[in-house]
Design a protein around this ligand. Structure first.
Ligand code: PLP
Length: 427
């Protein structure tokens, strides 16, 4: 038997097990702590889109910094095994590969919503004529709060200033041609196009290249929220060209609850010292940072947006996780992900149960690993039954179950098991 593609899937446990045996990434599962049920059996964890699992090596990475702190005190900034002062620099290159950027376009700092605000301070510069922001309708609430507050901060009415890119009545997904139509109608008033990728609710991937071109053609800036994209799809940020992007590292990047976020500023803005920004000492020229009487002189690139010296313990968790991504390779992960999610889709379709539908796009290129499933007339109780059956998934009102088999630690057998238990509960 060979590694299957969508045309050769089979709906049997043996087939699933064979795929796991053939999977070149199968050894990575052993690198993670898997949550278990009361009897010690691993749960089927399909919630990597919410909080990724803990790599076993994270503890040692954090312990290293605790030891250096214990033994060196303040000297650790320079003398630690991984000196703390330039600690973030060593992560930028690996993070840059994951998002398809150049190292100097990427920095790890703050958290997602904070970075979104900092980026809007720089790239949302409204005028009386051009002050509106386009977001996709099911933008994660935090993004919408942030965007509305920025509009208000500049003295405009958020109800008038926020334009939503929505699915058509009776549809679940946003169409690019509708965004084009919005830009045709409102283009001269749009200051910023700000979309998530992939959408946290539907799992839909929006084409970053086309959205960026469209925004720029109409004179708007373009920002991308990669909370659900990073470590899941390849956003190719440099080539696709948005002005900025922000993300968190605790979802697919497995860096621990509330861990630091990432930020991308496109190279075209790297050396522009005139960009309005909120500033702090960590964004200042490294040569003169400790001579604190200098005027602010931003570091070129994304690092110039840093405010504070970063929490090293959180950075250590990110370092541990990025080492795993480096070893597995984003292209390999994506290749497995397409198969794993394709297998899930195939098995759900094979149930031929008309109460179930998948709202996520059918085209693998227009989604990441997550499938958002609606179960007609299901309530939260249905989700509880899944949980009781040892499946960790995610429920969104009114009736959506989000399942995200991740290529680093989930298996074809788990996907098969999930659908078997789902079927049992439906009956
Ligand atoms: C998870 C997520 C967030 C979370 O923001 P934090 O600032 O990290 O708490 C924001 N936006 C989106 C789209 C998300 O998926």
């Amino acid at each position: 038997m060979r590694i299957a593609d969508a045309t050769t899937f089979e709906s049997t446990l043996d087939f699933a097990k064979e795929q796991d045996r053939l999977d070149p990434l199968s050894r990575f599962r052993g690198k993670f702590h898997l949550p278990t049920d009361a009897s010690g059996k691993p749960l089927i964890y399909f919630c990597g889109n919410s909080l990724g699992l803990q790599p076993k090596q994270t503890e040692a990475y954090i312990q290293q910094e605790l030891n250096d702190w214990a033994n060196l005190g303040v000297e650790g900034h320079v003398d630690a095994t991984n000196p703390w002062m330039p600690y973030h620099e060593s992560l930028s290159a690996q993070m840059a590969k994951i998002v398809g950027a150049k190292s100097h376009e990427v920095v790890i700092m703050n958290t997602l919503t904070v970075n979104l605000h900092l980026m809007m301070v720089s790239f949302y510069r409204p005028t009386k004529k051009r002050y509106k922001i386009i977001v996709e309708t099911d933008a994660f609430p935090s993004d919408k709060y942030a965007v509305r507050s920025q509009i208000k901060h500049h003295g405009f009415d958020p109800d008038a200033g926020l334009i939503e890119w929505k699915p058509r009545p009776g549809e679940q997904l946003c169409r690019l041609e509708d965004l084009e139509a919005l830009m045709q109608t409102h283009g001269k008033e749009i200051a910023l196009v700000m979309v998530g990728n992939t959408n946290y609710y539907s799992g839909q991937y929006y084409p970053i290249d086309q959205i960026t071109t469209l925004g720029h053609e109409h004179g708007a800036k373009v920002g991308i929220d990669l909370a659900h994209g990073v470590g899941n799809i390849q956003p190719n940020l440099h080539e696709n060209g948005p002005d900025f992007a922000v993300w968190c590292t605790y979802k697919y990047l497995n860096s621990g609850p509330g861990s630091l976020g990432g930020c991308f500023v496109h190279e075209r803005h790297a050396n522009n010292k005139d960009i309005n920004r909120f500033t702090g000492w960590w964004g200042h020229n490294k040569q003169t940072r400790f001579n604190m009487r200098h005027e602010f002189d931003p570091i070129p690139g994304a690092e110039g947006w840093q405010l504070s010296n970063p929490p090293i313990l959180s950075m250590a968790a990110i370092k541990a996780s990025l080492a795993i991504f480096e070893e597995a390779g984003m292209d390999n992960l994506r290749e497995k992900s397409i198969k794993l999610t394709g297998f899930l889709e195939f098995l759900i379709d094979s149930l031929k149960d008309d109460r179930i539908s998948i709202i996520t796009p059918r085209n693998p290129e227009l989604r990441g690993c997550q499938l958002s499933i609606t179960v007609r007339e299901a309530t939260k109780d249905f989700h509880q039954k899944l949980t009781d059956a040892g499946i960790i998934s995610d429920w969104r009102e009114p009736d959506v179950i989000r399942v995200a088999p991740t290529p680093l630690y989930n298996t074809f057998e788990e996907v098969f098991e999930f659908v078997t238990r789902l079927k049992r509960i439906l009956n």
